[in-house]
Design a binder for this molecule. Sequence first.
Ligand code: URA
Length: 423
Amino acid sequence: MDMVNLICSKRDGRELTAAEIDWVINAYVAGTVADEQVAALLMAVFWRGLSVAELSRWTAAIIASGERMDLSGLSRPTVDKHSTGGVGDKVSLILAPLVAACGAAVPQLSGRGLGHTGGTLDKLEAIPGWRSELSNSEMLAQLEEIGCVICAAGAGLAPADRKLYALRDVTGTVESIPLIAGSIMSKKIAEGTQSLVLDVKVGSGAFMADRDRATELARTMVRLGRDHGLKVTALLSTMDTPLGRAVGNALEVAEAVEVLSGRDDSPDLVELTLALAREMLELAGIQADPSVALRNGSALERYRAMVVAQGGDPDATLPRAAHIELVTADQTGIVGRLDARAVGVAAWRLGAGRARKEDAVSASAGVVCRIKPGEKVTEGQALLELHTDQSERLDWAREALKDAIAIGDQPPAPTSVVLEVIS
Ligand code: URA
Protein backbone atom coordinates (compact mmCIF):
# COMPACT_ATOMS: atom_id res chain seq x y z
CA MET A 1 0.00 0.00 0.00
CA ASP A 2 1.06 3.55 -0.71
CA MET A 3 0.09 5.73 2.26
CA VAL A 4 0.44 8.99 0.33
CA ASN A 5 -1.90 7.65 -2.34
CA LEU A 6 -4.37 6.58 0.32
CA ILE A 7 -4.34 10.04 1.95
CA CYS A 8 -4.83 11.70 -1.45
CA SER A 9 -7.77 9.38 -2.22
CA LYS A 10 -9.62 10.40 0.91
CA ARG A 11 -8.60 14.03 0.47
CA ASP A 12 -10.17 13.96 -3.00
CA GLY A 13 -13.36 12.28 -1.79
CA ARG A 14 -12.79 8.71 -3.01
CA GLU A 15 -14.12 5.83 -0.92
CA LEU A 16 -11.41 3.74 0.75
CA THR A 17 -11.47 -0.01 0.10
CA ALA A 18 -11.75 -2.57 2.90
CA ALA A 19 -8.17 -3.66 2.21
CA GLU A 20 -6.91 -0.08 2.50
CA ILE A 21 -8.71 0.47 5.80
CA ASP A 22 -7.45 -2.82 7.27
CA TRP A 23 -3.95 -2.02 6.16
CA VAL A 24 -3.78 1.50 7.59
CA ILE A 25 -5.18 0.53 11.00
CA ASN A 26 -2.86 -2.48 11.26
CA ALA A 27 0.16 -0.51 10.09
CA TYR A 28 -0.56 2.28 12.56
CA VAL A 29 -0.80 -0.11 15.51
CA ALA A 30 2.37 -1.87 14.34
CA GLY A 31 4.16 1.49 14.10
CA THR A 32 5.05 1.09 10.41
CA VAL A 33 3.20 4.20 9.30
CA ALA A 34 4.09 7.60 10.70
CA ASP A 35 1.92 9.74 12.99
CA GLU A 36 1.97 12.63 10.52
CA GLN A 37 0.59 10.48 7.71
CA VAL A 38 -2.23 9.09 9.86
CA ALA A 39 -2.89 12.64 11.09
CA ALA A 40 -3.27 13.76 7.47
CA LEU A 41 -5.66 10.89 6.80
CA LEU A 42 -7.71 11.74 9.90
CA MET A 43 -7.98 15.34 8.74
CA ALA A 44 -9.13 14.14 5.30
CA VAL A 45 -11.75 11.94 7.03
CA PHE A 46 -12.76 14.93 9.17
CA TRP A 47 -13.64 16.90 6.02
CA ARG A 48 -14.80 14.13 3.69
CA GLY A 49 -16.48 11.81 6.20
CA LEU A 50 -16.74 8.02 5.88
CA SER A 51 -19.47 6.14 4.00
CA VAL A 52 -21.56 3.55 5.88
CA ALA A 53 -19.40 0.75 4.44
CA GLU A 54 -16.14 2.55 5.23
CA LEU A 55 -17.17 3.30 8.82
CA SER A 56 -18.28 -0.29 9.40
CA ARG A 57 -14.90 -1.58 8.17
CA TRP A 58 -12.96 1.13 10.05
CA THR A 59 -14.70 0.06 13.26
CA ALA A 60 -14.17 -3.64 12.52
CA ALA A 61 -10.45 -3.01 11.96
CA ILE A 62 -10.17 -1.17 15.31
CA ILE A 63 -11.96 -4.04 17.08
CA ALA A 64 -9.69 -6.58 15.36
CA SER A 65 -6.61 -4.74 16.65
CA GLY A 66 -7.24 -6.28 20.08
CA GLU A 67 -9.25 -8.90 21.92
CA ARG A 68 -13.03 -9.23 21.79
CA MET A 69 -14.47 -10.37 25.09
CA ASP A 70 -16.80 -13.36 25.17
CA LEU A 71 -19.65 -12.94 27.65
CA SER A 72 -21.79 -15.66 26.07
CA GLY A 73 -21.18 -18.04 28.99
CA LEU A 74 -23.11 -15.83 31.44
CA SER A 75 -26.51 -17.01 32.57
CA ARG A 76 -28.03 -13.51 32.26
CA PRO A 77 -28.54 -11.37 29.15
CA THR A 78 -25.88 -8.67 28.86
CA VAL A 79 -26.70 -5.01 28.35
CA ASP A 80 -24.57 -1.91 28.75
CA LYS A 81 -24.98 1.86 28.62
CA HIS A 82 -22.65 4.49 27.21
CA SER A 83 -22.98 8.20 27.82
CA THR A 84 -21.25 10.79 25.68
CA GLY A 85 -20.53 12.62 28.95
CA GLY A 86 -22.03 15.47 30.87
CA VAL A 87 -21.77 17.54 34.03
CA GLY A 88 -22.96 15.73 37.16
CA ASP A 89 -23.60 12.56 35.17
CA LYS A 90 -23.42 9.90 37.85
CA VAL A 91 -26.10 7.76 36.17
CA SER A 92 -23.84 4.69 35.75
CA LEU A 93 -23.39 4.37 39.53
CA ILE A 94 -27.15 3.95 39.95
CA LEU A 95 -28.06 2.34 36.64
CA ALA A 96 -25.65 -0.62 36.59
CA PRO A 97 -26.81 -2.04 39.96
CA LEU A 98 -30.42 -1.14 39.19
CA VAL A 99 -30.50 -3.09 35.92
CA ALA A 100 -28.57 -5.94 37.58
CA ALA A 101 -31.21 -6.06 40.31
CA CYS A 102 -33.79 -6.56 37.54
CA GLY A 103 -31.97 -9.63 36.17
CA ALA A 104 -29.48 -8.45 33.50
CA ALA A 105 -25.68 -8.47 33.53
CA VAL A 106 -24.16 -5.00 33.03
CA PRO A 107 -20.48 -5.00 31.96
CA GLN A 108 -19.59 -1.30 32.24
CA LEU A 109 -16.06 -0.79 31.01
CA SER A 110 -15.55 2.88 31.78
CA GLY A 111 -13.03 5.65 31.45
CA ARG A 112 -11.64 8.59 33.34
CA GLY A 113 -12.71 12.18 32.89
CA LEU A 114 -10.91 14.74 30.79
CA GLY A 115 -11.84 18.44 30.83
CA HIS A 116 -15.12 19.65 32.30
CA THR A 117 -16.99 16.29 32.31
CA GLY A 118 -16.22 13.72 34.97
CA GLY A 119 -15.30 10.06 34.50
CA THR A 120 -17.10 7.18 36.22
CA LEU A 121 -13.85 5.57 37.43
CA ASP A 122 -12.71 8.84 39.07
CA LYS A 123 -16.01 8.99 40.94
CA LEU A 124 -15.87 5.43 42.25
CA GLU A 125 -12.21 5.84 43.22
CA ALA A 126 -13.42 8.35 45.83
CA ILE A 127 -14.61 5.27 47.78
CA PRO A 128 -11.76 4.09 50.06
CA GLY A 129 -10.28 0.81 48.80
CA TRP A 130 -12.25 0.60 45.55
CA ARG A 131 -10.20 -0.61 42.59
CA SER A 132 -10.92 -0.18 38.91
CA GLU A 133 -8.48 -2.76 37.52
CA LEU A 134 -9.97 -6.25 37.22
CA SER A 135 -8.77 -9.26 35.27
CA ASN A 136 -11.16 -10.73 32.69
CA SER A 137 -11.90 -13.70 34.94
CA GLU A 138 -12.64 -11.44 37.95
CA MET A 139 -14.97 -9.40 35.77
CA LEU A 140 -16.82 -12.47 34.49
CA ALA A 141 -17.18 -13.93 37.99
CA GLN A 142 -18.56 -10.64 39.34
CA LEU A 143 -21.00 -10.32 36.44
CA GLU A 144 -22.32 -13.82 37.07
CA GLU A 145 -22.56 -13.40 40.83
CA ILE A 146 -23.70 -9.79 41.27
CA GLY A 147 -24.81 -8.81 37.78
CA CYS A 148 -22.82 -5.61 37.41
CA VAL A 149 -19.26 -4.47 37.16
CA ILE A 150 -17.82 -1.01 36.55
CA CYS A 151 -14.13 -1.25 35.78
CA ALA A 152 -11.37 0.09 33.54
CA ALA A 153 -11.22 -1.21 30.00
CA GLY A 154 -8.12 -3.41 29.72
CA ALA A 155 -5.26 -2.38 27.43
CA GLY A 156 -6.08 -5.33 25.16
CA LEU A 157 -9.44 -3.90 24.10
CA ALA A 158 -9.37 -1.90 20.82
CA PRO A 159 -5.73 -0.74 21.21
CA ALA A 160 -5.93 0.99 17.81
CA ASP A 161 -8.55 3.36 19.23
CA ARG A 162 -6.29 4.40 22.08
CA LYS A 163 -3.57 5.37 19.61
CA LEU A 164 -5.93 7.04 17.16
CA TYR A 165 -7.74 8.96 19.90
CA ALA A 166 -4.46 10.34 21.28
CA LEU A 167 -3.53 11.50 17.78
CA ARG A 168 -6.97 13.03 17.16
CA ASP A 169 -6.68 14.89 20.45
CA VAL A 170 -3.59 16.78 19.25
CA THR A 171 -4.57 17.26 15.60
CA GLY A 172 -8.00 18.92 15.84
CA THR A 173 -9.81 15.82 14.57
CA VAL A 174 -11.85 14.78 17.61
CA GLU A 175 -15.13 16.38 16.49
CA SER A 176 -15.80 14.12 13.51
CA ILE A 177 -19.04 12.13 13.73
CA PRO A 178 -17.75 8.96 12.02
CA LEU A 179 -14.51 9.02 14.02
CA ILE A 180 -16.37 9.50 17.32
CA ALA A 181 -18.90 6.80 16.42
CA GLY A 182 -16.16 4.34 15.41
CA SER A 183 -14.17 5.09 18.54
CA ILE A 184 -17.04 4.64 20.99
CA MET A 185 -18.65 1.67 19.27
CA SER A 186 -15.41 -0.26 18.70
CA LYS A 187 -14.85 -0.35 22.47
CA LYS A 188 -18.44 -1.31 23.25
CA ILE A 189 -18.54 -4.04 20.58
CA ALA A 190 -15.15 -5.42 21.74
CA GLU A 191 -16.47 -5.52 25.32
CA GLY A 192 -18.85 -8.29 24.22
CA THR A 193 -22.21 -6.93 25.37
CA GLN A 194 -25.28 -8.21 23.48
CA SER A 195 -27.15 -4.92 23.70
CA LEU A 196 -26.37 -1.30 24.37
CA VAL A 197 -28.25 1.87 25.23
CA LEU A 198 -26.57 5.13 24.30
CA ASP A 199 -27.16 8.34 26.20
CA VAL A 200 -26.23 11.05 23.72
CA LYS A 201 -26.20 14.40 25.49
CA VAL A 202 -27.10 17.72 23.91
CA GLY A 203 -26.50 21.16 25.40
CA SER A 204 -23.92 23.53 26.81
CA GLY A 205 -22.32 20.91 29.09
CA ALA A 206 -22.25 18.17 26.44
CA PHE A 207 -19.66 17.12 23.94
CA MET A 208 -22.16 18.29 21.32
CA ALA A 209 -24.16 21.45 21.92
CA ASP A 210 -26.07 21.17 18.65
CA ARG A 211 -29.13 18.89 18.53
CA ASP A 212 -28.88 18.03 14.83
CA ARG A 213 -25.29 16.87 15.20
CA ALA A 214 -26.10 14.90 18.34
CA THR A 215 -28.97 13.21 16.47
CA GLU A 216 -26.66 12.36 13.59
CA LEU A 217 -24.11 10.91 16.02
CA ALA A 218 -26.81 8.83 17.73
CA ARG A 219 -28.13 7.49 14.40
CA THR A 220 -24.63 6.68 13.20
CA MET A 221 -23.81 4.74 16.39
CA VAL A 222 -27.14 2.85 16.37
CA ARG A 223 -26.58 1.76 12.76
CA LEU A 224 -22.96 0.83 13.40
CA GLY A 225 -23.87 -1.29 16.41
CA ARG A 226 -26.57 -3.10 14.47
CA ASP A 227 -24.14 -3.76 11.58
CA HIS A 228 -21.99 -5.57 14.16
CA GLY A 229 -24.81 -7.64 15.63
CA LEU A 230 -25.66 -5.53 18.70
CA LYS A 231 -29.15 -4.44 19.72
CA VAL A 232 -28.78 -0.68 20.17
CA THR A 233 -31.09 2.17 21.15
CA ALA A 234 -30.05 5.78 21.73
CA LEU A 235 -31.63 8.38 23.98
CA LEU A 236 -31.01 12.04 23.32
CA SER A 237 -30.95 13.86 26.66
CA THR A 238 -30.51 17.48 27.71
CA MET A 239 -27.28 18.72 29.24
CA ASP A 240 -27.89 22.46 29.63
CA THR A 241 -27.85 22.27 33.41
CA PRO A 242 -25.99 19.80 35.67
CA LEU A 243 -27.69 16.44 36.14
CA GLY A 244 -28.84 16.14 39.73
CA ARG A 245 -27.27 18.41 42.33
CA ALA A 246 -23.69 17.25 42.82
CA VAL A 247 -20.72 17.74 40.49
CA GLY A 248 -17.42 16.21 41.62
CA ASN A 249 -16.23 12.73 42.49
CA ALA A 250 -17.12 11.98 46.15
CA LEU A 251 -20.04 14.42 45.99
CA GLU A 252 -21.54 12.47 43.09
CA VAL A 253 -21.04 9.11 44.82
CA ALA A 254 -22.93 10.49 47.82
CA GLU A 255 -25.79 11.68 45.59
CA ALA A 256 -25.95 8.34 43.76
CA VAL A 257 -26.24 6.53 47.11
CA GLU A 258 -29.03 8.92 48.15
CA VAL A 259 -30.98 8.05 45.01
CA LEU A 260 -30.32 4.31 45.51
CA SER A 261 -31.61 4.73 49.07
CA GLY A 262 -34.92 6.02 47.73
CA ARG A 263 -34.40 9.68 48.60
CA ASP A 264 -35.55 11.66 45.63
CA ASP A 265 -34.10 15.14 45.73
CA SER A 266 -32.81 14.82 42.16
CA PRO A 267 -35.87 14.25 39.94
CA ASP A 268 -34.01 14.84 36.65
CA LEU A 269 -31.38 12.26 37.60
CA VAL A 270 -34.04 9.72 38.58
CA GLU A 271 -36.05 10.40 35.40
CA LEU A 272 -33.07 9.83 33.12
CA THR A 273 -31.83 6.77 35.04
CA LEU A 274 -35.25 5.11 34.88
CA ALA A 275 -35.66 5.94 31.17
CA LEU A 276 -32.29 4.34 30.41
CA ALA A 277 -33.07 1.35 32.63
CA ARG A 278 -36.37 0.74 30.82
CA GLU A 279 -34.64 0.78 27.43
CA MET A 280 -31.90 -1.54 28.69
CA LEU A 281 -34.37 -4.03 30.12
CA GLU A 282 -36.41 -3.99 26.93
CA LEU A 283 -33.33 -4.76 24.82
CA ALA A 284 -32.36 -7.51 27.28
CA GLY A 285 -35.86 -9.01 26.99
CA ILE A 286 -36.56 -8.60 30.71
CA GLN A 287 -39.98 -7.50 31.89
CA ALA A 288 -39.46 -5.60 35.13
CA ASP A 289 -40.25 -2.16 36.49
CA PRO A 290 -36.93 -0.57 37.51
CA SER A 291 -38.67 1.99 39.72
CA VAL A 292 -39.61 -0.89 42.05
CA ALA A 293 -35.96 -2.00 42.37
CA LEU A 294 -35.01 1.59 43.14
CA ARG A 295 -37.64 1.88 45.88
CA ASN A 296 -37.35 -1.53 47.52
CA GLY A 297 -33.61 -1.42 48.23
CA SER A 298 -32.60 -4.21 45.84
CA ALA A 299 -30.61 -1.82 43.59
CA LEU A 300 -28.82 -0.42 46.66
CA GLU A 301 -27.98 -3.93 47.78
CA ARG A 302 -26.40 -4.66 44.33
CA TYR A 303 -24.46 -1.40 44.48
CA ARG A 304 -23.03 -2.31 47.89
CA ALA A 305 -22.13 -5.82 46.69
CA MET A 306 -20.42 -4.36 43.60
CA VAL A 307 -18.35 -1.93 45.67
CA VAL A 308 -17.33 -4.66 48.15
CA ALA A 309 -16.40 -7.08 45.31
CA GLN A 310 -14.00 -4.42 43.98
CA GLY A 311 -12.32 -3.86 47.35
CA GLY A 312 -14.29 -0.78 48.41
CA ASP A 313 -16.03 -0.05 51.69
CA PRO A 314 -19.55 1.22 50.99
CA ASP A 315 -19.85 2.41 54.62
CA ALA A 316 -16.59 4.36 54.67
CA THR A 317 -16.77 8.11 55.13
CA LEU A 318 -16.17 9.78 51.78
CA PRO A 319 -13.42 12.41 51.50
CA ARG A 320 -14.62 15.89 52.40
CA ALA A 321 -13.04 19.12 51.18
CA ALA A 322 -11.10 21.35 53.56
CA HIS A 323 -12.75 24.51 52.22
CA ILE A 324 -16.44 25.01 51.40
CA GLU A 325 -17.66 28.40 50.22
CA LEU A 326 -21.05 29.57 49.03
CA VAL A 327 -22.19 31.42 45.93
CA THR A 328 -25.25 33.49 46.86
CA ALA A 329 -28.11 35.10 44.93
CA ASP A 330 -27.65 38.77 44.06
CA GLN A 331 -31.42 39.27 43.67
CA THR A 332 -34.77 37.72 44.47
CA GLY A 333 -36.57 35.84 41.70
CA ILE A 334 -36.76 32.56 39.81
CA VAL A 335 -33.67 30.74 38.55
CA GLY A 336 -33.98 30.70 34.76
CA ARG A 337 -30.61 29.21 33.96
CA LEU A 338 -27.80 27.31 35.69
CA ASP A 339 -25.28 26.63 32.98
CA ALA A 340 -23.89 23.10 32.88
CA ARG A 341 -20.60 23.96 31.20
CA ALA A 342 -19.81 26.79 33.63
CA VAL A 343 -20.51 24.54 36.64
CA GLY A 344 -18.43 21.76 35.06
CA VAL A 345 -15.52 24.13 34.49
CA ALA A 346 -15.84 25.47 38.07
CA ALA A 347 -15.75 21.91 39.48
CA TRP A 348 -12.73 21.18 37.30
CA ARG A 349 -10.96 24.34 38.50
CA LEU A 350 -11.69 23.35 42.11
CA GLY A 351 -9.71 20.15 41.44
CA ALA A 352 -12.39 17.60 40.46
CA GLY A 353 -11.12 17.11 36.90
CA ARG A 354 -7.89 16.81 34.98
CA ALA A 355 -6.39 18.81 32.09
CA ARG A 356 -4.04 16.04 30.92
CA LYS A 357 -4.53 12.27 31.06
CA GLU A 358 -1.72 11.83 33.58
CA ASP A 359 -3.04 14.43 36.10
CA ALA A 360 -4.47 13.32 39.46
CA VAL A 361 -7.97 14.40 40.48
CA SER A 362 -9.21 15.45 43.90
CA ALA A 363 -11.86 13.12 45.31
CA SER A 364 -13.46 15.80 47.47
CA ALA A 365 -13.55 18.83 45.13
CA GLY A 366 -16.64 19.95 43.26
CA VAL A 367 -19.84 21.96 43.29
CA VAL A 368 -23.17 21.27 44.96
CA CYS A 369 -26.13 22.97 43.29
CA ARG A 370 -28.48 23.92 46.12
CA ILE A 371 -30.87 25.33 43.52
CA LYS A 372 -31.92 24.22 40.06
CA PRO A 373 -33.63 26.12 37.21
CA GLY A 374 -37.27 26.89 38.00
CA GLU A 375 -36.72 27.29 41.76
CA LYS A 376 -37.48 30.54 43.62
CA VAL A 377 -34.64 32.25 45.46
CA THR A 378 -34.29 35.30 47.66
CA GLU A 379 -31.43 37.77 47.64
CA GLY A 380 -28.50 36.44 49.68
CA GLN A 381 -29.68 32.81 49.53
CA ALA A 382 -27.00 30.18 48.94
CA LEU A 383 -27.16 28.88 45.37
CA LEU A 384 -24.01 26.81 45.04
CA GLU A 385 -21.44 25.24 47.37
CA LEU A 386 -17.84 25.27 46.15
CA HIS A 387 -15.74 22.44 47.62
CA THR A 388 -11.95 22.34 47.38
CA ASP A 389 -8.83 21.36 49.29
CA GLN A 390 -6.88 24.28 47.85
CA SER A 391 -8.41 27.62 48.80
CA GLU A 392 -6.40 29.43 46.10
CA ARG A 393 -8.60 27.70 43.52
CA LEU A 394 -11.80 29.36 44.77
CA ASP A 395 -11.46 32.69 42.91
CA TRP A 396 -10.66 30.85 39.70
CA ALA A 397 -13.82 28.74 40.10
CA ARG A 398 -15.95 31.81 40.89
CA GLU A 399 -14.70 33.42 37.69
CA ALA A 400 -16.01 30.43 35.67
CA LEU A 401 -19.42 30.96 37.30
CA LYS A 402 -19.65 34.68 36.52
CA ASP A 403 -22.46 34.34 33.93
CA ALA A 404 -23.63 30.85 34.89
CA ILE A 405 -26.80 31.76 36.79
CA ALA A 406 -29.69 33.88 35.51
CA ILE A 407 -32.39 35.00 37.95
CA GLY A 408 -35.53 36.68 36.62
CA ASP A 409 -39.27 36.83 37.14
CA GLN A 410 -40.24 34.10 34.67
CA PRO A 411 -39.65 30.36 35.13
CA PRO A 412 -37.83 28.61 32.25
CA ALA A 413 -39.98 26.65 29.79
CA PRO A 414 -40.55 23.16 31.25
CA THR A 415 -38.42 20.53 29.50
CA SER A 416 -38.08 16.80 29.79
CA VAL A 417 -34.58 15.39 30.33
CA VAL A 418 -35.16 12.81 27.59
CA LEU A 419 -35.59 14.60 24.26
CA GLU A 420 -35.94 11.67 21.89
CA VAL A 421 -35.50 7.92 21.58
CA ILE A 422 -33.70 6.71 18.45
CA SER A 423 -33.96 3.03 17.71
N1 URA B 1 -15.25 9.30 23.44
C1 URA B 1 -14.60 8.31 22.80
O1 URA B 1 -14.42 7.23 23.35
N2 URA B 1 -14.17 8.54 21.55
C2 URA B 1 -14.35 9.71 20.92
O2 URA B 1 -13.94 9.84 19.78
C3 URA B 1 -15.03 10.73 21.60
C4 URA B 1 -15.48 10.50 22.87
